[in-house]
Design a protein around this ligand. Structure first.
Ligand code: GLU
Length: 480
């Protein structure tokens, strides 16, 4: 029986994020990175970044740069790995062939690896035969029985070959998944698998396991799609006498129909989310609750997230992506953003409308009425424009208000006045109160029936503009 023994340098928790740089980071891989970063940070351990760029065709330097930028932006700092260095450098798999060659050699010496000369067609036939017999579609084992001399002859003849790992026979591979509990696999069902392809490239199973061992990773938290890879990797680590990490497989993120999250069902890259104006805090707060149950309903900062994160609260069921929830956390992040970030966030959208010395007061006034920066422009026009947008509902309220109300309000606005005093005086002279007072006032001053607190907006509109708006509506109600 093969079971896991805990690896890691002297009891230190070391987790890692091991992306393949074949595209931009999306919710799925970012959630994996977040959980790993939190798990390490909880015990002041190490969060490591390894680049799995073994797919030469699809891996790109620009994706490595982009993913590092995204992790920085999200505050998911790694303490070892690509871009930083560390004792196990280099941290890009494309530069680690010397290690892989060394451990492949070791497997050869122990007769745990052998060349396989089977052609694609032979493999296909073998798979079909197994399937027809109701067996798992593993490798039939034809080349496992070649003698060293037979193999050497085929190699000398220049026959194309891959290299397979010889799985132990009659063995059960067990491990206690950190998320899914006890797992059991039969090595015979898995069969001998390829660790080096005929084009000379190493397989994922091999390099990923060797790197985790050499980098002393203690906890591997990764997507559920890797669950069946784990017994293969445990067998490899066992053959090489490496300590084994603990594995945990987190549920996948799915759309409303239960299908894996795709671009069509709302998955966006971090780059797209950043360009739309999402705050990192919104993304982190959304993701930390996606497939991870926490009771805290507050916006959490990094420290608070560390405290509440628990492997025991990771769900086994697929996690359903919900854009409305993401946007809820975005509005929370906007509400809690510090003034500097808030100003910066809306700057481009409002620069040509809002006077610079009023930008902070403006941002503070409207922050709870917007979720994205472009929405700030609407409120900038509402407050500062000479012809602010007016909604049909606001128009109707104005038309149903006696002109006398506006005439009295305009009189009060003949001179500069504070909002509270203005409200008091208009109430006193018109006798209106509650909705009958605030609705027509808001409609006339802002052209809308909803929006930021009037007390905050009023000083930005200023008594002169307020006066002219009210007089304008007065004229229109009188003419009608
Ligand atoms: N490069 C693999 C992936 O992106 C890493 C899997 C793992 O975390 O072990 O899926």
């Amino acid at each position: 029986m093969i079971s896991s023994s805990i690896a890691g340098p002297s009891g230190l928790v070391k987790t890692r994020f091991a992306p393949s740089p074949t595209g931009l980071l999306h919710f799925g891989n970012v959630r994996t990175a977040l959980f790993n970063a939190l798990l390490a940070a909880q015990t002041k351990g190490i969060f490591l970044l390894r680049i799995e760029d073994t797919d030469f065709e699809r891996s790109r330097e620009e994706y490595i740069q982009a993913l590092q930028h995204d992790l920085d932006w999200l505050g998911l700092n790694w303490q070892e790995g690509d871009g930083i260095g560390g004792a196990a450098a280099p941290y890009r798999q494309s530069q680690r062939n010397a290690d892989y060659d060394k451990y492949l050699q070791r497997l050869y010496e122990q007769q745990r690896a052998y060349p396989c000369f089977c052609s694609m067609i032979e493999l296909e036939v073998s798979r079909k035969t197994q399937a027809a017999a109701g067996k798992p579609p593993r490798y039939g084992g034809k080349c496992a029985h070649l003698s060293p001399a037979e193999s050497a002859k085929k190699l000398a003849d220049g026959l194309a070959n891959s290299i397979r790992f010889r799985m132990p026979k009659n063995t059960v591979i067990e491990f206690d998944d950190m998320v899914r509990g006890p797992q059991k696999f039969s090595a015979d069902d898995i069969g001998d698998f390829i660790i080096k392809r005929s084009d000379g490239s190493y397989s994922f199973f091999f390099v990923n396991a060797i790197d985790d061992a050499l980098m002393e990773v203690s906890h591997v938290l990764r997507g559920e799609d890797h669950l069946t890879n784990t017994p293969r990797q445990l067998a490899l680590l066992d053959a090489l006498n490496f300590a084994k990490p603990r594995y945990g497989h987190i549920s996948l993120i799915v759309d409303n129909h239960g299908a894996p999250l795709s671009k069509r069902s709302g998955s966006m890259s971090m780059q797209e989310l950043r360009e739309m104006g999402y705050f990192p805090a919104a993304i982190n707060n959304y993701l930390v609750r996606l497939g991870h149950h926490i009771v805290d309903a507050e916006l959490l900062d990094a420290q608070a997230m560390r405290k509440v994160f628990s492997l025991a609260h990771l769900g086994r069921a697929p996690a359903r992506f919900d854009k409305a929830q993401l946007d809820y956390w975005q509005s929370q992040a906007v509400h809690h953003a510090d003034l500097e970030s808030l100003n910066l966030w809306i700057a481009d959208a409002i620069r040509d409308i809002v006077p610079q010395d009023e930008s902070t007061a403006f941002a503070t006034a409207i922050r709870d009425n917007i979720t994205f920066p472009h929405e700030a422009r609407f409120w900038a026009e509402v407050i500062y424009s000479n012809s602010p947008p007016i909604s049909a509902q606001a128009k109707a309220v104005i038309e149903n208000t006696p002109p006398d109300f506006f005439r009295k309000a305009a009189d009060v606005l003949a001179a500069d006045i504070e909002f509270d005093a203005f409200v008091k005086l208009v109430k006193a002279t018109t006798g209106a109160s509650g909705q009958k007072f605030f609705h027509p006032l808001r409609a006339a001053l802002t052209g809308q029936l909803f929006g930021p607190e009037l007390a905050r907006v009023f000083p930005l509109i200023g008594f002169k503009r307020a006066h002219s708006r009210i007089t304008q509506h007065l004229l229109s109600t009188e003419i009608d």
